[in-house]
Structures are given as C-alpha cells and as structure tokens.
Design a binder for this molecule. Sequence first.
Ligand SMILES: Cc1cc2nc3c(=O)[nH]c(=O)nc-3n(C[C@H](O)[C@H](O)[C@H](O)COP(=O)(O)OP(=O)(O)OC[C@H]3O[C@@H](n4cnc5c(N)ncnc54)[C@H](O)[C@@H]3O)c2cc1C
Length: 356
Amino acid sequence: MARQGRRGLPILLLLLADNGTVVARRKASDAAHDVVPRDGTLCRLTLRDILCKTAPQVHRLRFALPTVASGEPACCGGAGGGIVHVMIRAPAVFNQSERIAPYSATLDGDGSFSIVVKIYPGEPPAYAAVSAHLGSLPVGEYAHVPSIRAQDWRRDAARVGMLCFGVGLVECLHPAEALLAAGAQVRIINAARRRSDLILLPRLRALLSSHPASLSVLHRLSRPEGGRGAEAGGGDGAGEAGGGRGAGAASGWGRERTADGRVDAAAVASEFGTGAWSGGSTPPPPTHFYVVGTAAQEQAFLGMLFAAHLADPRSLRGHPPFLLQLGPFGDHSGWRPLSPPELAEEEAGAAENDEL
Ligand SMILES: Cc1cc2nc3c(=O)[nH]c(=O)nc-3n(C[C@H](O)[C@H](O)[C@H](O)COP(=O)(O)OP(=O)(O)OC[C@H]3O[C@@H](n4cnc5c(N)ncnc54)[C@H](O)[C@@H]3O)c2cc1C
C-alpha cells in the first residue's frame, strides 16, 4: 500500500509540471515572447494600490491594454472565461534579458487588466527581480507584456474545495465567482502568514454576502500575530472575523472564519470532507479541488488530500479527475502575443520560414 502511495506522487508531479503553474516559469524563455517591446505589448500603469504594507508588500496594479490588444485568447471550447495569465518582461540589465515572469490577470472589460503582485526583495544580476521591477514602476510608465494565455477549467463542478496560498487567492476568485453564480457550493481555505497579510477582503466579503448558503471562507494563519507560531497554533476554531464563535468542523456557510496554524490534512478533511457540504443528492456529487500556490504547495496539497482520504493515489491513471484544472483535457489557448504581430515582424517571420 505504502509503495503504491509513494509511486503516486512522482506521477502527479509530472502531471502538474505538464499542466500546472510550474511549466509556465520553465517555458518562459522557450516560448516566442517578444524580447523587444513594441506598441502592441506596452501597457501603461494607471493605478497602484498597496494591499499589504508589511514586507514583502503586495500591490494591485492596473494597466491600460494597448488599443490593438486582442483580449482574452480563444479557449474553453469557445465559452471564454478562462483563467488568464500575462507574461511580463522587465528591462534587460547587466545583459540579463531573461527577466520574465507570469502573473494571474483579471481582464477588467474596459480596456485594462489588473494583477496582484507580491514584491520580493532582490535585484539583478543576482535575481530576475520582475516583481521588484513592478513594485517600483511609476504610475504612467509602461510595462512590457509580450504575451497572454487563457486556461480552461471544469465548469460543471458542484462542490469545490479551494486552497489558495497568499496572492494565489487572486486566481481562485474568478472560478469561485463563476461557480457560485452557477449554483455550486465553494469552500475556500485562504492560507496566509498573518492577519495583516490577508488581501482582497472586500471582494471576498461581497461574495460571502451574495452567496451566504453556498460559500465558506476560512483564513488559515501560519504565523498569527501575538507570538503563536504555526506549530503552536494548531487546530480549527481559533477565531472568527466579525466576532462570532470559532469555526467548528465543517459548515461556516456565509461566514468568514479564522484559524491559526499551517494548512494540514486535518484542516483539509474538516473543510472539504463529506460532512462539510450541505444538502446532497444520492449519491452526492463529487468534490473537485483547486489549489493555487507554489509547486511545492500544490504538491503538498495533493498529499493532504490523500492523507485525508479525499482522493486515492492508487486509482490515478492520468490527470487527476478531482482537480478543477482540466489539464490535458482542457481547451487552453497556449501563450499568444498580447496583440497581433506588426507587419514588419510578420514579414520577417515569413522570410525566416522561407529560408528553412
Ligand atoms: C502561472 C503563474 C502565475 C503566477 N501569478 C502570480 C501572481 O498573480 N502574483 C504574484 O505575485 N506572483 C505570481 N506568480 C509568481 C511570479 O511569476 C514570479 O515567480 C514572482 O513574482 C517572483 O519573481 P521575481 O522575478 O520577482 O523573483 P526572483 O527575482 O526570481 O526572486 C527574488 C527573491 O524572491 C524570492 N522568491 C521568488 N519567488 C518566491 C516564492 N514564490 N516564494 C518565496 N520566495 C520567492 C527568491 O528566492 C529571491 O530571494 C505566478 C507564477 C506562475 C507560474
């Protein structure tokens, strides 16, 4: 049994590397992302909002799209509404041209898009420092956004457990909003270090008040203020935003709860286990899971699902069917230029092809 369990994880690693966030970073330099900015890839920063003031800060940045930008690339069987990422390139310094990183983006529908960026310390040449570049870009200046993509995801999920680490919450909110509007139940574990690190609370609270019977939010704080460390924190029900009683196992619909301690299998079982969902049919609809964080965090979540008996690694023969991400079964756009290549570039590309 243990052997099979151990074999399951490397398979999943490969699957995630194929379809998850990991690959975006690795392929950043492989894909055809313009190195030289052009009118169609330059986006003017119109707004900076500091969401978290303690280091590392978190900034929400709004950019005007170039008028020639193509918008969300075709995805999702023509339905659109994919999970959108933009690739951002910081200017080359010290001959270091690979200063490029992907960010989750919200297309605002008015010719602009927003990203939420955690600003890491470090500067070139030791670091790519794309986030540091975005952290110091003056409002009115331009960022180089060579490409954009839209990822397909499972729209028919009825019960969805989301684990969102830090700024990963941004990427959770778009599917959460769409699923709730479609009548699904959504339970979010929002993992942060401290209460002061919590971001996007107005948007979360608006969603809670419009879906009181089908959304629950648990903030899980790994380093809560007041001197309690993650290990000492432990357990659910450490508190409830708004002053109510602590979070019990399950339920919590329409309420914002807070608990101390790192996310672990027990928390996952309590929030996403069978007893956490309301109503039900016979048999109950399957639960799907969505995790947004670093590769290590995503990997750890899979281990928690197995430990909590919410998924069985032995039955996996391909992309995990319990993930909201559709993996190889989805209609993803792939990375596309932010705007159509300009004529001269098209001609250069055609000439290059003729030579081959
Ligand atoms: C698909 C995808 C979507 C993403 N969306 C977002 C998003 O919406 N918002 C966002 O802020 N980021 C997002 N990221 C992460 C982003 O792409 C960069 O990796 C991040 O901004 C750091 O890049 P950098 O060049 O500033 O860091 P680097 O210059 O490479 O590193 C600077 C310093 O920060 C540290 N550091 C870098 N990354 C991390 C990390 N994850 N955890 C801890 N320390 C770190 C480094 O060790 C180093 O000390 C996403 C990543 C992927 C793959």
